[in-house]
Ligand binder design. Sequence first.
Ligand code: SF4
Length: 231
Amino acid sequence: MENLQFAEQLVPAFAPDKVAVRLGGRKNRRLSYATRHKVHLSREKLRDLIQPRFTYQIKAIQDNYRGRIILNDQTEFRSPKLARTLKESSQLVCFVATIGRGIEREIKKLMHLNQLSEAYILDAMGSVAIEDMVEKFQTRMTAELGKKRLKSTLRFSPGYCDWPITQQQQLFALLNTDDIGVKLTDSCLMSPRKSISGVFGITSRKADPYNPCGDCRKTGCEARRSRPASG
Ligand code: SF4
């Protein structure tokens, strides 16, 4: 698999149950009629506002020890949980995805007009959209890997779990993020906001999947995963 930008094939969906969860509810909870109507209107708007863009690289892992992953270009990632997840991986998929700035501008406009619930709904739908786009990318990649008897590990992003957000800098240094219009702020957050960066490993299909959440006692962690790995 080569480095491609195929964001147009990853056009995100806006699953209603995920939007409901983002709006502060539970999965399978029905939204009120008024909210559903606003979600419907926002969906139309969002389709015109989003500009899905994506960049990724596949890097060889040279070493993995003491909670550090060293790539063959000497990039070093520090995260004991990521390192353990990648214990049997020889390659790492590094990516940044975005749905662009249009949605941010529209949210600002709605706030300015005091249309706060519309702004909140649009913001929630933007989060669902970018997550869906990344999920589609990994699913697509995992299907390709499956043809070679390989699979992908769980996905990690800087700033989540035990991976310091400052390591965004190392991740961004590997990718052509200027081409997709994503920049890092001084505090290593991404601009546009509706962007996701991350990595996942490539392992043999026989490798034991590892999910660090299984033996982690942290409560209320938004990044907790129940499934061991995709693929
Ligand atoms: S629950 Fe999972 S994602 Fe959260 S800190 Fe623990 S290992 Fe990391």
